[in-house]
Design a protein around this ligand. Structure first.
Ligand SMILES: NC(=O)c1ccc[n+]([C@@H]2O[C@H](COP(=O)([O-])OP(=O)(O)OC[C@H]3O[C@@H](n4cnc5c(N)ncnc54)[C@H](OP(=O)(O)O)[C@@H]3O)[C@@H](O)[C@H]2O)c1
Length: 265
C-alpha cells in the first residue's frame, strides 16, 4: 500500500456497516480518498459527509446490490467516468450463514455465491488490469479464520472464504515479480451486526475469547497492509487458536468446530 496520492482512491465494498465501515473510517483518518460501494442505506449520505468533514478527504459512493450479475462492471465504469483511480481495492462485502445445508434455499445459495465469490472475483479481475498496466496497486480480500478447515453448519460460507484465501494467495504468487501487493484479512469473531453478535454469544467461550471490535480490526489491517503483509489475522487469541490448530488432527478439529457451530445454530 502506497501513501495517499491525489485522486487515488481506496475502493471498499460493503462499506456502510460493520468491518467495511470501520475500514472506511480508518482509511480516511490516514488521508486516503474513498470510493465506497454499499447497499442502499438510510444515513449513508450523512456518514459520507461526516468522514469528508472530519478527515478532509474526497469520498464518493455508489449504492448497488452486488449479487447482481453486472454490478462489478457498472462500478468499474462509474469509477472510470468519474476519473477515480483505484490504488487499493478492498473486497469486504460478504454474507454468512449458519445452519443445515439442506435447509438453505437456492436463493440463499445463489446470493452467497454471487456476493462472496463472483463479485469479489470480477472486481479483482476488472481493477487488476489497470494495476498491472500501472505496475502498482494493492488488493485486500476479506476471508475468515474459519477458512482453514471445513466447518459443519457453515459449509458454503466458509468454503467461499477458503476460495478467497487460496485465490488471493495464487494471485500474490502470479504477480510476485510486479509491484502489486496482495493481502487477505482472516478475522475470527468481529462484533458487527446484531445477528453476528448473537451468534458469537451462542457459540460459547470460543467466540467470546476471540471477539474484536470492527475499529480494532480496521486499525490492525491498515497497519499490516502498510507493511505489505499478506495474511492479516487480528487478535492475539485468534493467532493462538490458529497456531494450536495446526497441531490438532483434522478429525478432532472437525468435531470441535462442529460442536461450536451446532450450538450457535
Ligand atoms: N463479523 C464477523 O465476525 C466476521 C468474521 C470473519 C469474516 N467476516 C467477513 O467480513 C466481511 C464484512 O463482514 P461484517 O460482519 O462487517 O458485515 P455485516 O455487518 O454482516 O454485513 C455484511 C457486509 O456485506 C455487505 N453486503 C451484504 N449483502 C450485500 C449485497 N447484496 N450487495 C452489496 N453489499 C452487500 C454489507 O454491505 P452494507 O454495508 O452495504 O450493508 C456489509 O458490509 C464479510 O466478508 C464477512 O464474511 C466477518
Amino acid at each position: 500500500m502506497t501513501s495517499p496520492a491525489k485522486k487515488e482512491y481506496i475502493l471498499i465494498t460493503g462499506a456502510s456497516s460493520g468491518i467495511g465501515r470501520a475500514l472506511a473510517a480508518e482509511g480516511a483518518s490516514r488521508g486516503h480518498n474513498l470510493f465506497l460501494v454499499a447497499l442502499p442505506h438510510d444515513g449513508l449520505d450523512d456518514y459520507v459527509k461526516e468522514i469528508k468533514e472530519k478527515h478532509k478527504v474526497e469520498v464518493k459512493y455508489s449504492t448497488i446490490d452486488l449479487t447482481q450479475r453486472e454490478a462489478p462492471q457498472k462500478i468499474y465504469e462509474e469509477a472510470a467516468t468519474a476519473g477515480i483511480r483505484v490504488g487499493t481495492l478492498i473486497n469486504n462485502a460478504g454474507m454468512g450463514h449458519a445452519g443445515n445445508f439442506h435447509e438453505m434455499t437456492h436463493e440463499q445459495l445463489d446470493s452467497m455465491v454471487h456476493l462472496n465469490l463472483r463479485a469479489l472475483t470480477h472486481f479483482t479481475h476488472l481493477f487488476i488490469r489497470d494495476m498491472v498496466a500501472r505496475n502498482e496497486g494493492h488488493i485486500l480480500n476479506v476471508g475468515s479464520l474459519g477458512a482453514y478447515t471445513p466447518v459443519a453448519y457453515k459449509s458454503v460460507y466458509l468454503a467461499s472464504k477458503s476460495y478467497v484465501y487460496y485465490f488471493t494467495g495464487a494471485l500474490r504468487e502470479e504477480y510476485g515479480d510486479t509491484n502489486l501487493q496482495f493481502s487477505v484479512l482472516m478475522p475470527a469473531a468481529v462484533a458487527t451486526s446484531k445477528k453476528v453478535k448473537q451468534r458469537v454469544k451462542d457459540s460459547g467461550i470460543m467466540g467470546k475469547f476471540t471477539l474484536l471490535t470492527p475499529e480494532y480490526v480496521a486499525r490492525y489491517t491498515f497497519d499490516k497492509m502498510e507493511k505489505g503483509k499478506f495474511t492479516i489475522m487480528p487478535g492475539l487469541a485468534s493467532r493462538a487458536i490458529f497456531s494450536i490448530s495446526k497441531w490438532v488432527p483434522s478429525g478432532v478439529l472437525l468435531k470441535v468446530t462442529q460442536r461450536v457451530f451446532n450450538k450457535s445454530n
